[in-house]
Design a protein around this ligand. Sequence first.
Ligand SMILES: C[S@@+](CC[C@H](N)C(=O)[O-])C[C@H]1O[C@@H](n2cnc3c(N)ncnc32)[C@H](O)[C@@H]1O
Length: 249
Amino acid sequence: MTDKQTTHFGFQEIPVQEKTTRVGEVFQRVAHKYDLMNDVMSLGLHRLWKRFATHLAPIAPGASVLDLAGGTGDLSALFAKKMRYQGRIILSDINPAMLAEGRNRFLNRGVTHPIEYVQANAEQLPFADNSMDLISIGFGLRNVTDKAQALREMARVCKVGGCIMVLEFSQPRLSTLQKCYDSYSFKAIPTLGEWIAKDRESYQYLVESIRKHPDQQALKTMILEAGFDACEVYNLAGGIVAIHKGYLY
Ligand SMILES: C[S@@+](CC[C@H](N)C(=O)[O-])C[C@H]1O[C@@H](n2cnc3c(N)ncnc32)[C@H](O)[C@@H]1O
């Protein structure tokens, strides 16, 4: 991390040491409505983005996969299906409420794949070096206080020959799209958060955090600086969302 003493929490500048707790409070509050809100806010599009990420994931039965900041486990569920329920899948998140929602969903659906649940901060991963074929982080990296450190940890844990996939909101490619997207996100999303999750503030943070996240090129540079040998970028929905795929050779 730089020697800066403050960092952003949405558009607020706060002491660095407070960010993880503040983000934790947001997800603790929204966990019970998280899946419903995702469907409503994205008009179901997040499901397509996650399916496309799974399509790009180079995994076969028997692979070892770490779904970081995995929340309620959408990506883990898709990976398990692609791996024909054979192999190791770890659903990891810093937040116990989000992990509990994910665990309940798997139990309620009767998924037989033995998913492992690990509560961990993406900045300090409790996993061995060179141990995972794929590490995903879906809509999670922008919430991490020290993103460069999290990417270095992913490079440490990823197998040589493996890859990481960062699925995250990014920078729309067209200015007209940016304008529509801004008015939808700043006006509609906090209001939907208030109606559905009874929590306007958390959804205001989520919208603001997207604007503070590095754009496609900046994130690609960070991934290469963290130790990856190559990085491909896929824009989805005109760049509203991007997938960065980082490779270790
Ligand atoms: C927007 S949710 C994404 C959940 C899931 N990956 C998905 O795509 O639906 C962001 C998740 O990041 C988690 N998170 C935030 N900071 C984290 C950190 N430092 N380490 C690990 N997980 C973190 C939150 O608890 C939350 O579950």
